[in-house]
Write a protein that binds this ligand. Structure first.
Ligand SMILES: [Zn+2]
Length: 96
């Protein structure tokens, strides 16, 4: 198994999410106007279009919504870790 795997690249919008994970905290955005939880990171709430949603830590309670085991590596870098398990998790806050 290679230790030289591709890593996510933080953008200006997603940086707080990745920094939270480095600190072992799960941070996602919540709209300040309508309280809608958002995932993936965005500049505006998709429900009410209010700008600048807040970053908040979530409890981390979730359920497995769906998963698959891949037969073909998603990138050549992961060919030595087959099968890959890809999952969608639904947080208690309602985002997947
Ligand atoms: Zn909103």
């Amino acid at each position: 198994m290679s230790n030289n795997k591709p890593m996510p690249v933080a953008t200006e919008i997603s940086a707080p999410f990745w920094e939270g994970l480095k600190a072992r905290r799960l941070l996602i955005q919540q709209c300040n106007a309508c309280a809608q939880w958002l995932f993936y990171p965005r500049r505006h709430c998709p429900a009410c279009l209010a700008p600048d949603p807040a970053w908040r830590e979530v409890a981390g309670q979730a359920s497995l919504y769906s998963y698959t085991l891949t037969r073909i590596a998603t990138l050549p870098d992961f060919a030595d870790e087959m099968p890959q398990a890809l999952a969608v998790v639904e947080l208690a806050e309602g985002v997947r």
